[in-house]
Ligand binder design. Structure first.
Ligand SMILES: [Zn+2]
Ligand SMILES: [Zn+2]
Length: 290
């Protein structure tokens, strides 16, 4: 697996690749804009070009763009639904201009309308966004949810159903977040547990469709559906179980990024990432303890 982290863009989008390189990332994830606002100025072609140039010069091998948390394709509210679909199109356009592999999206929540309706809304929204951007390369990458509240896509089966109904295999992929899988009850800490998770992926979305990983430890035990990330080795998963995933030949050269909590360290805002990346690298390259 190729390792990296989610990098902030407050210092300028075009500077994020150099920050990523400085802390030792091979890959990175960003928000392509202020993710708390619906409307932002358009991405200028010169900023996009500068960003791509910096990605190249910093040796970053893949960029993922995380979609705004405001987007909820699952909503049945007409205004939120329309805004979400429009915003997703914009996310795909920006990601494509930045040379990113795709937009990583939480599928959405039904907010009371029921699972069936929520999934139908997500499918319709995804189809529309992919149709509106069909000339682009950037993928839509659906992230498995931890399953809090009415969020959808919390199992590989549910993700598979959404993907099958969207029926756009050429530009649809999936993101596996280790904290979300674990929170959803996927306890992959043991060899058997890990094999079970791999079987589930193989039998649903397919191993080849996993295009991105979020590498997070989890603050709460499996099955609690709480989406609270912890630093690697500081949560309920622990560091060692990440070894099987990192060294799994099924996921060779697939990007995996940290979204773990950062300390308030004035000298090095990414000191927690530095520690977490060092732990992951060690697991990736050292032999398992007997
Ligand atoms: Zn995530
Ligand atoms: Zn999360």
């Amino acid at each position: 697996m190729l390792l990296g982290a989610h990098i902030g863009i407050s210092g300028g989008l075009e500077n994020a690749p150099d920050t990523a390189r400085r802390i030792g990332c091979e890959v990175m994830q960003i928000f392509s804009k202020n993710q708390r606002q619906w409307k932002v100025p358009e991405l200028s072609p010169s900023v996009a070009e500068e960003f791509r140039h910096h990605v190249k010069s910093a040796g970053i091998q893949a960029v993922g763009v995380h979609a705004s948390y405001l987007i909820n394709l699952g909503s049945s509210d007409p205004l939120l639904q329309r805004r979400s679909r429009e915003a997703l199109v914009e996310e795909l356009v920006r990601a494509d201009a930045l040379g990113a592999v795709g937009v990583i999206l939480h599928p959405g929540a039904h907010v009371g309308a029921g699972k069936e309706q929520g999934i139908a809304n997500i499918v319709q929204g995804a189809v529309e966004a992919l149709e509106a951007t069909k000339a682009l390369k950037a993928h839509l990458i659906l992230e498995i949810a931890a399953g809090a509240g009415s969020t959808l896509g919390q199992t590989f089966e549910e993700l598979e159903e959404i993907g099958r109904r969207v029926d756009r295999d050429d530009r649809l992929g999936y993101c596996v977040d280790t904290c979300h899988v674990f929170a959803g009850g996927g306890d992959f800490r043991t060899a058997d547990g890990y094999a079970g998770m791999i079987d589930q992926i193989r039998n649903t979305i397919g191993l080849k469709r996993v295009e991105f990983f979020h590498l997070n430890d989890a603050l709460f035990p499996p099955g609690t559906h709480k989406d609270r990330h912890a630093n690697i080795g500081k949560g309920e998963i622990g560091a060692e179980p990440f070894r099987r995933l990192l060294t799994d030949p099924n996921f060779r050269n697939i990007p995996g990024v940290l979204e773990t909590p950062l300390d308030e360290d004035e000298k090095e805002p990414y000191s927690a990432y530095l520690r977490d990346l060092a732990i992951l690298r060690d697991l990736l390259h050292s032999k398992a303890k007997a």
